[in-house]
Design a protein around this ligand. Structure first.
Ligand code: G3H
Ligand code: ZN
Length: 287
């Protein structure tokens, strides 16, 4: 099986993006992987530090391996938003394909210093390293009761991205271009700052990652991919589909106590969400 770097390079050259879909348990993974298998699409399974600590690093790797073997689909694993360098090292040792160092809350020079360290051990192990410049400005996966607008100062600045990249030789860069983690209560997240993305493409020239992909208008996603976005992270939409369906299923079946029965609707709904994203990102048939 080709490695993740191969697919990211291919996506960048051909103008499509790989979806990263976060999960907290096996039943979500089932829905995600069934979609990838149906659509013959490469995918990245993502775990934040919190999700990884719940699932277990070794357990996540074992799931990936079993499903790769069973389906033949290029399934990869990313440790998403790792803030602890030591924990990222543990993920690498466990067998993750990719690590994302999130030093976005640190001053730029400290972000660079830690990123250089992460790149050194990541590259030595031959895995993909994602760095981050700019801030998404929120905690993960909240539903907002008011309309959300990102602060101008949190957007990725071209000069900072350039300075970062001069020293930290990451493979892909997470950029802040108007998205946030979660979904706007209106149901429609703000438009991407495509001008900023164009600036970054022209002046920084690295393959970029869109975080907070849930709720982003479809047209913006398509334009973003044309402007160098090569990976798109989705979590909240999957969590919502899974949890809402579970709540409805249990409410409608008060006597139901059998997880493999009551989880099936949730798995199906997750699969639907992921299939739509795979179509939108253009990764269908690229496995
Ligand atoms: O790193 C994970 C993502 O950026 C997910 O964002 O929950 O808004 O889809 P989301
Ligand atoms: Zn994120």
């Amino acid at each position: 099986m080709k490695n993740l770097k191969y697919y990211l390079d291919k996506a960048y050259k051909e103008g499509w993006a790989i979806g990263q879909f976060n999960f907290s348990d096996w039943s979500q993974v089932r829905g995600i992987v069934q979609a990838a298998q149906n659509m013959k699409s490469p995918i990245i399974l993502g775990t934040s530090e919190g999700e990884a600590k719940f699932v277990g690093l070794q357990e996540a790797v074992a799931m990936r391996d079993a499903l790769r073997k069973k389906t033949g689909v290029p399934i990869f694993l990313n440790l998403d938003h790792g803030k602890s360098v030591d924990y990222l090292k543990e993920a690498v040792a466990a067998g993750y394909d990719m690590i994302h160092f999130d030093g976005s809350k640190l001053p730029l020079d400290e972000n660079i210093k830690k990123s250089v360290e992460v790149v050194a051990f990541g590259k030595w192990k031959g895995i993909v390293v994602e760095g981050e410049v700019g801030r998404f400005g929120t905690d993960a996966s909240k539903l907002y009761t008011e309309k959300f607008q990102i602060k101008e100062e949190d957007l990725t600045k071209v000069d900072e991205a350039k300075e970062y990249l001069k020293k930290a030789h990451i493979d892909v860069m997470a950029v802040s271009i108007g998205t946030f983690h979660g979904i706007d209560a209106s149901g429609v997240s703000p438009h991407l700052k495509l001008d900023r993305l164009k600036d970054l493409k022209e002046n920084v020239g690295i393959a970029m990652v869109l975080h907070g992909g849930s709720g982003t208008p479809e047209e913006d996603i398509k334009e973003g991919i044309k402007l160098g976005i090569v990976k798109i992270n989705i979590n909240t939409e999957t969590r919502l589909a899974y949890t809402k369906t579970l709540r409805n299923t249990l409410d409608a079946n008060k006597d139901q106590i059998t997880p493999y029965k009551y989880l099936q609707n949730s798995i199906n709904e997750v699969q639907k969400v992921i299939e739509e994203k795979i179509k939108l990102f253009g990764s269908e048939g690229k496995a």
